[in-house]
Design a protein around this ligand. Structure first.
Ligand code: PRP
Length: 211
């Protein structure tokens, strides 16, 4: 039996995923040692390998077959737009992708004015405004602290993740439109899904029972 390799998103998402896998005996004891600098962890009994990666790299590893299975956020899956299968909503890491900004931007959105949109997710922003709303906008790519953009006058609105809403509230911004709900998803390499169909389907079904 060959190893099935998992690419997990470093941090809270990996911890939650391992917790779920553990409930089916599919976890990895070695990974509980947080001080370890090892990059690859093995569950010999079940012939599984695990590695930790940055969220946006997970779909890349999975598309190229360096990992058979990956776990990352729906936001990243949408933005990376890779040729992979999304097979399961893991039900944690829940938040929303939203258009946010100061209240006065609401009118500009309503009248389909030409606005500037700052986001870490230019593809999602473009798809939403161009394809769903048929509104021409100027998209500005940023890498973090997106809420700054409308405050300092870089953009009219932002497209960003809202979880508790605290960042928006503390900076005088609001949710103006909701694009879609987000959560952690399991993705699978397209060839692995065929070659290892039985094992992968069993993992998916076992996880469904504990979600
Ligand atoms: C994310 C997101 C928002 C914030 C939302 O940022 O971009 O800024 O969390 O969470 P809240 O609704 O609970 O306040 P993150 O902390 O990942 O950092 P970033 O600004 O560098 O993207």
């Amino acid at each position: 039996m060959r190893y099935l390799t998992f690419a997990l998103t470093k941090g809270r998402l990996a911890d939650k995923t391992l917790e779920l896998l553990e409930k089916n005996g599919l976890g990895c004891k070695e990974m509980e040692d947080k001080k370890s600098r090892k990059l690859i962890f093995v569950n010999e009994e079940k012939k599984l390998k695990f590695f930790l990666a940055k969220g946006p790299d997970v779909p890349t590893y999975v598309e190229h077959g360096a990992a058979d299975i990956g776990v990352t956020g729906k936001d990243i899956i949408m933005e990376e737009n890779r040729n992979i299968f999304e097979v399961l909503d893991l039900g944690f890491g829940k938040c929303r992708m939203c258009v946010c900004g100061p209240e006065e931007a609401r009118e500009k959105l309503r009248h389909h004015e030409m606005i500037r949109v700052a986001s870490k997710y230019p593809l999602i922003a473009k798809d939403y405004f161009h394809n769903k709303k048929h509104q021409t906008v100027d998209i500005i790519k940023l890498n973090g602290s997106i809420e700054l953009a409308p405050i300092v006058g870089l953009s009219d609105v932002i497209v960003d993740i809202v979880e508790t809403g605290a960042t928006l509230r503390e900076n005088g911004l609001s949710v103006l439109e909701e694009i879609c709900p987000l959560s952690a998803r399991m993705v699978v390499n397209q060839v692995s899904m065929r070659l290892e169909a039985e094992r992968i389907r069993k993992i998916i079904n076992d996880l469904k029972e504990v979600i």
